[in-house]
Design a protein around this ligand. Structure first.
Ligand code: SF4
Length: 485
């Protein structure tokens, strides 16, 4: 599968996908399929751990895509068992840039009562201080990943069972976590008390599955049962699902950007189709920011549902003004600088016959650095467009995310340093408008918009209001929003 968006360097990048299954023959095949469906959440590396009564725990980690690593019969033969978990990642914490194999999950730990493997989606915001403390007390870290702290905290716990130890470890952790873990016989799922990142439960035959998104249940033919609740831990055996809530309850703050961009459009989030939500965002955008034009074109593929919504609401025809080459992957553009410089043109081409002489509305999901928006604008004008209007399906991204999404430093975010008018000037377009934060909340089902006293979602990358203080980053000099901002 190609990267989820053709301009990976100018998008916020989700982070990780997790998947687990218990009670099925050849669990590793199911895990590989589930991870393949979650590949949009991380393309740099992946890993699978299984357990088989004869061979014990088996693990394989590889750099690259699931389809290139976890499809051969010989590889899958090394991962026997009826229980397994897996992880796909893009590096968010730990080593930046090129992922190191030692940072690839799932992580595995051997405890007095047996082994356990753990796969984490999210980011621990107090990992630095936890790590310092653990190292001082003798823990020897194998990776630079924040997630490894959980294994060491479990090792230090006096809990009698692995779920008990995990519970105790997670009570010390701050930030965002959706976790899938396993012992020899148990599949464990857990979400942080705010439920920032998604996690869903599925039923497959006599077995069960846990996944970051419902699209990963669909691919294995698993029935979607429900979402794991914020703050909930489930321990699943072949006898069924035991649920409890080990953390102090908090008001849920699910990541609103999952609705905008991260999750796949065919997934269901909070009982709502992601595709429909994105279409709603486009409709809201058309109401808030109308413009007289001839065509509504998406920046493919992530802008497509919002562009359809904009077109339906405005009555302006929808058209594929930009065509994406489905077969250009990251590997093709890596070898030389000159090829890399061709950048956007390698991946996208303008449908000239359609664009020439037209006033075009381009709908994209977000603007991060703005480098891609500029290039696309140039391509559209080169093709003879009369006017270019950007409509963006999220509010200006002005703050970094510290909850498991790779974001540039604040200074690199276009919206952190420029007003809307300055952005219009900088990008050289006829107009640019972003959906308002209230409009976005309405589109995700909050009819009254955003309640500033009790927002229903995490929206920190738009508002700078972090539901969990990013303590590691503050320690490293990050300046949180002041009352005057
Ligand atoms: S800061 Fe933005 S991307 Fe990060 S969890 Fe919150 S809404 Fe999602």
């Amino acid at each position: 599968m190609p990267p989820a968006h053709p301009f990976d360097d100018d998008k916020l990048r989700e982070e990780c996908g997790v998947f687990g299954v218990v009670g099925v023959t050849d669990a590793s095949n199911f895990v590989a399929l589930g991870l393949h469906a979650l590949q949009h959440r991380g393309q740099e590396a992946g890993g699978i751990v299984t357990h088989d009564p004869e061979t014990g725990f088996n693990q394989q980690r590889r750099m690259g895509l699931v389809r290139d690593n976890f499809t051969s019969a010989s590889m899958m033969a090394q991962l026997p068992g009826t229980i397994g978990i897996g992880h796909v990642r893009y590096s968010t914490a730990g080593s930046k840039g090129q992922t190191a194999l030692r940072d690839v999950q799932p992580f595995f730990g051997e405890f007095a009562m047996g082994g356990a493997a753990i796969a984490h989606n999210g980011n621990i915001t107090n990992a630095l201080s936890l790590r310092r403390e653990l190292i001082e007390r003798g823990s020897i870290f194998q990776s630079s990943s924040d997630s490894e702290c959980i294994i060491h905290l479990m090792a230090r716990s006096m809990g009698r069972t692995i779920p008990d130890r995990m519970e105790e470890a997670l009570r010390k952790v701050e930030g965002a976590f959706s976790i899938v873990a396993m012992t020899r016989t148990k599949l464990i799922g857990c979400r942080d008390p705010l439920g920032v990142r998604p996690l869903v439960l599925g039923k497959i035959g006599d077995g069960w599955a846990l996944a970051s998104e419902t699209c990963a249940l669909d691919i294995i033919g698993s029935e979607f049962v429900r979402e794991i609740e914020p703050g909930e831990m489930v321990v699943i055996t072949q006898n069924g699902v035991a649920s409890h809530f080990p953390f102090r309850p908090k008001r849920a703050r699910f990541c609103i950007f999952e609705h905008v961009y991260f999750s796949r459009p065919d997934s269901i989030l909070g009982g709502r189709s992601v595709y429909e939500t994105r279409e709603n965002i486009g409709r809201e955008l058309a109401k808030e920011a109308p413009v007289d034009a001839d065509l509504v074109c998406p920046v493919p593929d992530s802008g497509t549902p919002a562009a359809i919504g904009y077109s339906l609401q405005s009555g302006i025809p929808y058209a594929m003004g930009i065509i994406r080459n489905q077969y250009v992957g990251r590997t093709f553009i890596e070898p030389t600088e000159s090829i890399r410089n061709m950048g956007v043109r390698l991946k996208l081409n303008v449908n000239r016959a359609l664009i020439k002489g037209k006033r075009v509305i381009l709908v994209d999901d977000s603007v991060v650095r703005g480098t891609t928006s500029r290039k696309i604008k140039e391509m559209i004008l080169d093709a003879g467009a009369a006017e270019v209007h950007f409509r963006i399906a999220s509010p200006p991204t002005a703050w970094p995310c510290f909850y498991g999404v790779d974001t540039p430093q604040r200074e690199k975010l276009l919206a952190a340093t420029m007003s809307e008018e300055e952005m219009r000037d900088h990008l050289g377009v006829d107009s640019i408008k972003f959906i308002s934060i209230d409009g976005l909340y309405r589109a995700v089902g909050e009819a009254g918009g955003r309640d500033p006293k009790a927002p229903a979602y995490c929206d920190a990358c738009f508002t700078g209001e972090y539901p969990v203080a990013p303590s590691d980053m503050i320690e490293q000099g990050f300046k949180a929003k002041t009352a005057a901002e």
